[in-house]
Design a protein around this ligand. Structure first.
Ligand code: SAM
Length: 280
């Protein structure tokens, strides 16, 4: 038995025939010390609902419950994992709700009430679309923090500062919506099977308001144009946004000879706000 009184994860996997499937981004964590460390990063856990995406055999789920989560809602696409998760639910009566669903299509706001924290070892193939989906949904959001595992390279793109090579669309949308911090790396050998690259845990705390205010769709258009040609000056990379862009930059006192990576997150939102009001 493990310290939570449940069988070791390797035994659970063998008993339920949960061989890892690449198509579902399945790389499991067996070390309860490690999953408890991830769970503790999202503390305090006793005052809110914790939403976990992709619990799989339940390594992180068990850690969240051990660390005192009042209620965990676990959303898993792979039906094979459900019996293993039901054993955990039986061990912690009333504290684990299991939902079989595709997280990319799930209507979160309709199902999750009150303050929720998202904690997940995300499947790599859907990690970025899930994050951007949450950040571009109606604001203020239904979650109060996101503690998520990404490939290290994606984590660096989320927290990147202007001027760095990783600074781009993901940094802009993430930092416009939230404060974003990389907490720690996890060696690839901690996973079964080990992925090719190192992982990192990132925490995002959503801002009450996304300032400067602008239309998310316009902001995405601006950053797509700017970073689509990141070596070019704004005057040419943003040309596709319409003839008024030169005047917009001028009015905002943003030099048209800068390149995308030299602009602060707030400047992109200011451009989007000005363009949005012109096209409205
Ligand atoms: N939480 C477990 C752990 O830390 O060991 C498993 C993490 S594994 C990287 C990703 C999990 O997400 C798998 O259990 C996989 O089946 C699940 N998953 C993959 N695509 C999903 C989707 N679209 N919606 C919900 N879960 C998904």
């Amino acid at each position: 038995m493990s310290e939570d009184g449940l069988p070791p994860l390797r035994e659970v996997i063998a008993r339920h025939g949960l061989d890892a499937r690449k198509s579902l981004g399945q790389n499991f964590l067996f070390d309860l010390n490690l999953t408890r460390r991830i769970a503790r990063s999202a503390a305090p856990l006793d005052g809110s609902t914790v939403v976990e995406i992709g619990p799989g055999p339940g390594g992180l789920t068990r850690a969240l419950l051990l660390e005192g989560a009042r209620k965990v809602i676990a959303v898993e696409k792979d039906a094979r994992a459900l019996p293993a998760l039901q054993e955990i639910a039986a061990h912690y009566p009333g504290r684990l709700e299991i939902i079989e669903a595709d997280a990319l299509r799930y209507d979160w706001a309709a199902h999750i009430a009150g303050d929720a924290k998202i904690v997940a070892n995300l499947p790599y193939n859907i990690a970025t679309p899930l994050l951007t989906g949450w950040l571009t949904s109606p604001w203020p959001p239904w979650f109060s923090s996101l503690t998520l595992m990404f490939q290290k390279e994606v984590a660096e793109r989320i927290v990147a500062a202007p001027g760095s090579e990783s600074y781009g669309r993901l940094a802009i949308i993430s930092q416009w919506c939230a404060t974003a911090k990389k907490l720690f790396d996890i060696d690839r050998r901690a996973f079964t099977p080990p992925p090719k690259i190192t992982s990192s845990v990132v925490q995002l705390i959503p801002r009450r308001e996304r300032l400067p205010a602008c239309d998310v769709a316009v902001l995405e258009k601006v950053t797509a144009a700017a970073f689509g040609q990141r070596r070019k000056m704004l005057r040419s990379s943003l040309k596709s946004l319409g003839p008024e862009i030169a005047k917009v930059l001028d009015d905002l006192a943003i030099a048209a000879n800068l390149r995308a990576e030299q602009l602060a997150v707030a400047d992109f939102a200011r451009i989007a706000a000005a363009l949005g009001s012109k096209t409205a």
